[in-house]
Design a protein around this ligand. Structure first.
Ligand code: HEC
Length: 185
């Protein structure tokens, strides 16, 4: 009896640890994505020089890295916003609720929605705030200052007029339960 409860306790501890490790893996990956964007954005010091051909498109490579992470881990990785540039980046209902929490509480950086469902699959969903920095303004500042590749490429653009410190949007990561709390390299 004693042995049994000891065993149960240790498997509970294992699963708590495995869950914590899964969460930590998601959080570290998203921090990496955010650092990538900040680093690329810092390389754009001359907005006049930014055009379609420069490597400094900043947010497209971030989107590509997000898709690579998704493929590598079996997650869904999105960048969503209320005022979005790419029409594919609109908030779903759950993401909107998280966005509103970030809006209300500027100190809230990240939040997990546990035991949720995305497109019929149950899992765990993570949201992290994306904050506007000075270097973002080259492309997300005043409407008329946006580079031509943005004006031409995104006719329904709503992602301008931001100030440093503003909430720009959020990262959303969905981990299906079949992959959550399982050992991964
Ligand atoms: C060189 C121009 C440029 C700079 C600088 C830039 N962005 Fe972007 N941003 C874009 C483009 C273009 C898109 C649309 C990318 C796509 O089609 O996926 C975008 C999209 C985004 C998105 C996805 C949501 C949406 O609106 O589609 C977020 C979030 C974002 N940017 C945040 C930032 C932040 C934060 C910074 C500064 C650290 C920044 N951007 C700097 C050009 C830029």
């Amino acid at each position: 009896m004693l042995l049994l409860s000891a065993c149960q306790k240790s498997s509970e501890t294992d699963s708590t640890e495995a869950r914590a490790a899964s969460k930590a893996r998601v959080e570290a990956s998203i921090d990496g994505l955010d650092v990538l964007r900040s680093t690329l954005a810092r390389q754009v010091d001359d907005p006049e020089a930014v055009d379609q051909s420069t490597f400094a498109e900043v947010c497209k490579p971030v989107g590509q890295r997000a898709q690579a992470l998704a493929q590598e881990h079996g997650w869904t990785v999105q960048q969503l916003a209320a005022r979005n540039r790419n029409p594919a980046h609109t908030l779903d209902d759950e993401a909107r609720a998280a966005y509103e929490r970030f809006e209300e509480d500027p100190d809230l950086k990240r939040v997990w929605h546990e035991d949720t469902v995305l497109d019929g699959t149950s899992g765990q969903r993570f949201f992290q705030r994306i904050t506007v920095e000075e270097t973002c303004l080259a492309c997300h500042g005043p409407e008329e200052n946006r580079p031509d590749f943005v004006k031409d490429g995104y006719p329904n653009d709503r992602a301008y007029g931001f100030e440093p410190g503003d909430l720009r949007g959020l990262y959303a990561v969905f981990v299906p339960d079949s992959l959550f709390a399982t050992a991964q390299p």
